[in-house]
Design a protein around this ligand. Structure first.
Ligand code: PRP
Length: 218
């Protein structure tokens, strides 16, 4: 009852999220990009942030080690969302999840032939569902980053990855051949915290919703 812990990940989402929290009246005591501390205090007594890997944010919130967190829909889909209340789409970190290939790869021909396609991705669960819905049999190869390299060195035929500016695809002579879904950042909350810490959580949800609709941090 006496405190609120919010899980955040470093990187692009953090840059967009901190102004949103500032608008909600919560300001970090130090810069999470440079601090080596893992628990960061704020101007609000009892409100702390923990800085973790993006894929770990749902886990911390699911088990109640953090009461709330900010996470991309891409990460949330891979996690599955079990044990998480998802009250708010913050509309931040907007990008697209796509299927991409080398420009020279005959994607349409491969699909028409029913070729068995090798797919490299961090998003194995989402990719499996996407291709299953299309009735395609694919071999999935799990990677943890730099997916664009896989088709270039013959590890895979295609990748399933996020595209924001498109610069990474262009720089590696690749193209998006299918759009899977739009991705934004979400607020997630531990259901127990929502009940037991409603006095902390509800104002946070309301303030972030207000800041997000006002375009803060976007
Ligand atoms: C993401 C994504 C792409 C890139 C897309 O990678 O996986 O590689 O950004 O952005 P762009 O369209 O603006 O070029 P990230 O930098 O998060 O690193 P990762 O390779 O570890 O996923």
């Amino acid at each position: 009852m006496s405190s609120l812990t919010i899980a955040l990940a470093k990187g692009r989402i953090l840059d967009e999220t901190l102004p949103l929290f500032a608008h909600a009246g919560i300001v970090l005591a130090e810069d999470p990009e440079t601090s080596r501390k893992l628990i960061l205090s704020t101007n609000r007594p009892g409100v702390n942030f923990v800085v973790v890997r993006p894929t770990d944010v749902p886990t911390y919130v699911q088990y109640g080690a953090a009461d709330a967190g900010i996470v991309g829909k891409d990460v949330l889909l891979e996690h599955g969302g079990d044990g998480l209340y998802q009250p708010l789409d913050l509309g931040l970190g907007r990008c697209r999840l796509v299927v991409a290939t080398k420009r020279s790869f005959d994607w349409t021909g491969a699909v028409q032939r029913g070729a068995r396609i090798r797919v490299a991705t961090k998003y194995v669960r989402t990719a499996r569902e996407h291709f299953a819905q299309k009735g395609m049999h694919v071999d999935l190869i799990k990677l943890y980053g730099s997916m664009e390299l896989a088709p270039l060195v013959g590890l895979a035929d295609v990748i399933v990855d996020l595209v924001s500016t498109g610069n990474t695809l262009r720089a590696n002579d690749m193209v998006a051949v299918e759009d899977i879904m739009s991705i934004t950042s979400r607020l997630i909350v531990n259901p127990g915290a929502l009940k037991l810490k409603r006095v902390w959580v509800q104002p946070l949800v309301d303030a972030l919703a207000h800041a997000a609709s006002a375009g803060e941090g976007a």
